[in-house]
Design a protein around this ligand. Structure first.
Ligand code: ADP
Ligand code: MG
Length: 397
């Protein structure tokens, strides 16, 4: 990914009395009327508050669920207005797509309103110029603060940036700066930890990383596929045997790029995949035919910690083992703690992302000790694949 420059709220000038359309990610998980995880609301708050404090009329644009162009109470953003107000500690209004022009016209400088679900327009996901125009007519300025939606070229995530003066919000800015430090223009040596269940879901990530990083640390179920490709019998482990050639190509590309690939040389195995079953810790050559590899072994984890100690930058996606099922969280927790300690000690810039990875780092209790943890899911993975995200590209000047 090339060098990116984009304008931020520092460049936005005097917004007093201006209508600012702010694209946020308000797509929070709910249990009935209750928001079960308000991470995204907390991420949205600084940009909304800053603009309101500067006297802007803040109009929040967001999608909620997958209504596919059909308005419904189930997917209405009306239900997020109160939770967002609570997180902000301010009054938040709600503006429906009927009578929105008139409703917006009554707002005063410093007011905050959430507009109804952008996906109630079928043209939102098609980036339909008519929908772009519909949104644009409500505002004077566009701020995109939703990195997690930036891998989609939708009207509210991409189209608006072409028709209004466009700026990155504080969350977007933090994400882009952290990701830039990790892979855009990182300090070497760079290590990548790639784990998780399958190679097949992360082929493009692996292919991109071998040319960008100095150390590629493979863990999780996908390490089994690498071990098998090298002729090791992985018994009943999760393994994609049909990817042998692909894996050999990745190993070849890594060698040509001077990227050292680290595979586990000891592993924790069990005959049963359940909590606290009988386990053995063995050399990778000693896995029995009725056993499964469920975690990286302690000797490998210690060696990997030593690798991280020589590195200045770390990017991490995917757990090292089946971390939801004890004791197969051990390697993930240990390596995460090492990375966190190195980060806190000032020798390592550490950036992590991915749904299960964030859960694993929270489980290890170290998410706050990493330099940056991205909750962006799909957008984070596409960024790790080296792809240009349309929502980010449209902000680039
Ligand atoms: P992320 O969501 O962070 O991108 P993935 O979805 O790729 O991560 O992978 C996470 C899943 O991989 C977890 O559910 C974990 O249990 C599973 N996993 C990790 N190691 C193994 C293993 N050795 N065998 C089976 N599953 C594993
Ligand atoms: Mg996952």
């Amino acid at each position: 990914m090339g060098r990116m420059t984009f304008k931020t709220l520092d460049d936005i000038g005097d917004v007093r009395g201006k209508r600012v359309l702010v694209r946020e990610d308000l797509n929070v998980p709910m249990d009935g009327a209750r928001v079960t995880d308000d991470t995204r609301l907390r991420a949205a708050a600084p940009t909304i508050a800053e603009l309101a404090d500067k006297g802007a009329i803040v109009l929040v644009l967001a999608h909620f669920g997958r209504p596919k162009g059909v308005p419904s109470a189930e997917f209405s953003l009306a239900q997020i207005v109160r939770p967002l107000g609570q997180v902000l500690g301010r009054e938040v209004r709600y503006v429906d797509w009927e009578g929105d022009k008139e409703a917006v016209a009554t707002l005063q400088p410093g007011d905050i309103a959430v507009l109804e679900n952008t996906r109630f327009f079928g043209g939102e996901e098609k980036n339909d110029p008519k929908v772009v125009e519909r949104f644009a007519s409500l505002g004077d300025i566009y701020v995109n603060d939703a990195f997690s939606a930036a891998h989609r070229a939708h009207a509210s995530t991409e189209g608006l940036a072409h028709v209004l003066p466009a700026y990155a919000g504080r969350s977007m800015q933090a994400e882009l700066e952290a990701l830039g430090k990790a892979l855009g223009n990182p300090q070497h040596p760079v290590a990548a930890v790639v784990g998780g269940a399958k190679v097949s879901t992360k082929l493009d990530v692996l292919k991109h990383l071998v040319s960008r990083v100095d150390h590629l640390i493979i863990g999780g179920g996908m390490a089994n596929t690498f071990l098998a490709a090298r002729g090791i019998d992985v018994g009943k482990s999760l393994c994609e045997h049909d990817l042998t050639n692909t894996v050999l190509e990745i190993l070849d590309a890594a060698e040509r790029a001077n990227c050292t690939v680290h595979l586990p040389y000891d592993v924790v195995v069990s005959k049963e995949f359940k909590a606290n079953p009988p386990t053995r810790t063995v050399n990778v050559h000693e896995v029995a035919s009725d056993e499964m590899i469920l975690d990286v072994g302690p000797a490998a984890v210690e060696a990997l910690g030593d690798v991280l100690k020589t590195c200045k930058t770390l990017v991490w996606n995917g757990p090292m083992g089946a971390f939801e099922t004890p004791p197969f969280d051990t390697a993930t927790v240990a390596l995460a703690k090492t990375a966190a300690a190195l980060t806190q000690g000032g020798s390592l810039v550490s950036v992590a992302g991915g749904g299960d990875t964030v859960a694993a780092l929270n489980h290890a209790g170290v998410a706050d000790d990493f330099t940056f943890v991205s909750t962006a899911g799909g957008a984070f993975l596409e960024w790790m694949e080296g792809r240009e995200l349309p929502g980010v590209k449209a902000l680039t000047v």
